[in-house]
Design a protein around this ligand. Structure first.
Ligand code: XIL
Length: 457
């Protein structure tokens, strides 16, 4: 009894801080507030998603709620390793493809979940180890990301690789035993296969600043400093009856590393605080400009993997719960993502300080940020449109002798040695005056002396 009261008091304190933080926002809520989660999130430049089992799409209550309220979906199980490669080298995309077509027909983006994970591996992979497993895993990443290329907003490239408890280290698994670099190898393979998808690391028990989230934070910081392609971190947020007081601060410290953050599997234990916690999580995301979307892990309470926890936003009859109202209000009250996407913070300066050449006669300018190591480099190139804007652009670089481009994202490369030209892809060629876009490439040899020149069309 005393114990329960103490617990409740602790929960109240934790949630109150977050509630207070959102209070002023509520007052600025406008009359044009959206009336569905998807509309309200979209007004703020974000998505609101749900985990889906495609078998339920034929249930009309389910499909009605999904299509009305959500503009992003993720397969609850159908894009996992056991589902997509049940036998080695034999791929099965039936469920995943069905979800993608449903999303495309209903104006939804798709999160891909998950390329590599220690759970839900097919039996054949569970029994493998060493280089055979490493090769099989990288092949899996390449094949699946290639199949869905261009259709996935964000991929959970690696799921749940860190240990619980105080160590802050990696979890033991067959994948981990192939070598500590398995995660970066997976990210590089995913980037090569689908350069347009945002690549995320996803985990749970990371709902605040703790040993596990700090271990992940250190990995992301290391990846950014070495040019390993990572774009986002997913916070599963399977929550109990309280929310860490530093939930938002934790999201923010990751965002400050120069990655997007996403709430990827939100569900909350039922009880007095459920609605408050759903609201507080939503406000935390809204208050972090690089928090680009929220996904709840299912539609109705009865769809949840958490059984009797009644952990979601709709009851089993499809009625909106109090938690739904809190989430909707928090979306409507929150600030929009700034239209100018935040650039990497000053704590993570590019090796070459970005010069901002005048929007010259070519109508665009380019600057490069280089991460080099012995024998290789990754170049991130920022293209800025001149005063007339661009319909397309082309960036030329001359590589040092012996250097060659091995992989390019968000641009198409002509050639790989000597003078290489990078042309925009279809979604990033058209820029307004002063607008900025980025592409990148990876190379072997030395990246020394790369000076990009930009031509606009
Ligand atoms: C769960 C699904 O919801 C269940 O249907 C399945 O039986 C097990 O996996 N973290 C994750 C998700 O990343 O993939 C898990 O999904 C829930 C925990």
């Amino acid at each position: 009894m005393n114990h329960r009261r103490a617990l409740r008091a602790a929960v109240t304190i934790a949630v109150t801080g977050a509630l207070a933080a959102g209070m002023t926002m509520t007052l600025t809520s406008t009359a044009s507030a959206g009336t569905t989660l998807r509309a309200s999130a979209a007004e703020k430049g974000r998505y609101f998603g749900a985990a889906v089992a495609t078998g339920k799409l034929s249930t009309s209550v389910y499909a009605t709620i999904l299509n009305r309220e959500f503009n992003s979906v993720v397969a609850e199980n159908e894009m996992k390793w056991d589902a997509t490669e049940p036998q080695q080298g034999r791929f099965s995309y039936t469920g995943g493809d069905r979800l993608v077509s449903h999303a495309q027909a209903n104006g939804m983006s798709v999160r891909g979940h998950a390329l590599l994970w220690h759970q839900q591996q097919p039996g054949w992979a569970q029994g493998m180890s060493g280089s055979a497993l490493r090769n099989a895993a990288i092949n899996h990443v390449t094949q699946v990301a290639t199949h869905f290329r261009g259709k996935i907003h964000s991929w959970d490239v690696v799921n749940e690789a860190f240990a619980d408890g105080g160590s802050g280290g990696r979890r033991d698994s067959n994948l981990q035993r192939t070598g500590n670099d398995w995660i970066e190898a997976a990210f590089r393979a995913a980037r090569a296969a689908d350069p347009g998808a945002k690549l995320c690391y996803n985990d749970y028990n990371t709902d605040g600043i703790n040993a596990k989230s700090t271990g992940i934070y250190n990995m992301v910081r290391d990846f950014k400093s070495r040019g390993v392609p990572i774009d986002c971190v997913g916070f599963q947020s399977h929550l109990g009856t309280s929310l860490a007081g530093d939930y938002q601060a934790n999201l923010q410290r990751f965002a400050d590393l120069g990655v997007d953050v996403q709430i990827t599997e939100l569900d909350v234990m039922t009880g007095g605080n459920q609605a408050n916690i759903f609201g507080a999580v939503t406000r935390a995301c809204m208050n972090v400009s690089r928090c680009t979307g929220i996904t709840v892990w299912g539609v109705r309470d009865c769809d949840s993997w958490r059984g009797s926890d009644n952990a979601l936003l709709f009851d089993c009859n499809g009625n909106k719960k109090a938690a739904y109202t809190n989430v909707l209000n928090a979306l409507n009250a929150g600030p929009a993502i700034p239209t100018d996407p935040p650039t990497d913070p000053p704590t993570d300066p590019p090796t070459d300080p970005p010069t901002t050449p005048p929007p010259g006669t070519g109508g665009c300018s380019a600057s490069v940020s280089l991460n080099s190591w012995t024998g290789g480099f990754v170049a991130t190139v920022k293209v800025t449109a001149g005063s007339a804007g661009t319909n397309g652009w082309n960036v030329g670089v001359t590589l040092a002798s012996g250097a060659s481009v091995t992989n390019t994202w968000s641009a198409t490369a002509s050639g790989s040695t000597g003078t290489v030209r990078f042309t925009n892809v279809d979604y990033n060629g058209r820029l307004g005056a002063g607008q900025v876009t980025e592409f990148g490439f990876q190379g072997t040899g030395s990246g020394a002396g790369i000076t990009p020149t930009c031509t606009a069309s």
